[in-house]
Design a protein around this ligand. Structure first.
Ligand SMILES: [Zn+2]
Length: 342
């Protein structure tokens, strides 16, 4: 059997642990609920039990290359502490990596979940043929990750790629981070719900209002279902998502000139509903995109009208391929790539 690693995706709702071999084949995946309410120790105990189980089960005859763990929130890579994690209340400013290593008696690699997702898409997904890429993950919040020369770009402390808290609307909606008008307030699942509720409160969105009152599980997915059925109000919500995401990606393209920007996370399944607005914003706002867009995406408005450059390589903006497994595969990949973590 090929050598393998264990990857963990610790989310606010699900805790998933997988053994993945060095060729990217899934050996076994365990999905547990994250018992956040029972406290950090309980979640870490559950995680470490599952890691030990998989390590014991498969290490005969093949080498365990290491353990990578993707966690939501801002991580200080030097200390292995979570600085801020809205999805894991009570975990901030605790030495999470040390607590895991103490339980397992071995070294582990702790990584931000969006960075893990970037690494997964780079390894096995949409970005497998490029060495440089960025991911924007649209989930409960908006995350981001940058891969340069095949390695995660951590920045000085490991906090690079916080795209969700870049400003889209200077005087916009207040964000939990203290800023106003963050991308996260317009392009996340929470944002879809917020914008739908604003429309319902305005009294001019009958289908949304009906869905919200009759469906106890009313969610971003329900808004999406209405959008694909042609409801104009629901479509408007996703056009707002696409506009915010387009502005965000336009800024990234102008700043980074990478060959690929991948949109992942749960909300990316609504790609059909929001992507036209993304490309519209990109063409209008981003000179670098206009100069490097694939021919089929070239338009004649905004920035696109300013350039007639023929380039050999194009800027690709596309959806993620691995779905919710991107972070899990990316976490497993971490210990396989030497020197990614100093
Ligand atoms: Zn923010």
């Amino acid at each position: 059997m090929a050598d393998f690693a264990i990857g963990v995706d610790l989310g606010g709702t699900n805790l998933r642990i997988a053994a993945v071999d060095e060729h990217g084949r899934l050996i076994e995946k365990v999905t547990l609920g994250t018992k956040v309410a029972l406290g950090r120790d309980r979640v870490l105990d559950d995680m470490c039990d599952a890691i030990r189980h998989l390590a014991d089960k498969y290490h005969h005859g093949s080498n365990l290359m290491g353990i990578g763990i993707g966690v939501p929130g801002i991580i200080d890579m030097d200390t292995g502490m979570i600085r801020e994690s809205p999805n894991l209340p009570g975990w901030s400013d605790t030495p999470v990596r040390l607590e895991i290593e103490r339980r397992l008696g071995t070294r582990v690699i702790l990584e931000n979940d969006a960075n893990s997702a970037a690494f997964g898409e780079k390894w096995l997904g949409a970005a497998r043929d490029v060495e440089d890429m960025a991911i924007i993950t649209l989930g409960t919040g908006v995350g981001g990750g940058i891969v340069l020369n095949g390695r995660i770009w951590h920045g000085m402390n490991g906090m690079a790629g916080e795209f969700g808290h870049t400003t889209i609307e200077p005087e916009g909606v207040c964000c939990g981070c203290g800023n106003r008008g963050c991308a996260e307030q317009y392009a996340s699942a929470s944002a879809v719900m917020r914008m739908a509720k604003v429309m319902i409160a305005g009294g001019h969105a009958p289908a949304l209002a009906k869905a919200a009152s009759s469906d106890a599980e009313f969610s971003a997915k329900a808004v999406y279902n209405l959008a694909i059925q042609g409801d104009e109000d629901a479509r408007r919500v996703f056009r707002q998502v696409g506009r915010a995401l387009g502005i965000l990606i336009a800024n990234l393209v102008n700043s980074l000139n990478l060959p690929m920007y991948v949109v992942g996370g749960g909300v990316s399944s609504a790609w059909e509903a929001f992507s036209p607005s993304v490309f519209e914003e990109l063409r209008q706002r981003c000179l670098v995109y206009a100069a490097t867009a694939p021919p089929s995406r070239a338009g004649d408005q905004g920035a696109s009208a300013q350039v007639e450059v023929k380039v050999s390589r194009h800027t690709i903006v596309t959806r993620a391929l691995l779905g919710s497994d991107a972070g899990l595969f990316g976490a497993a990949r971490l210990p396989m790539v030497e020197n990614n973590h100093g």
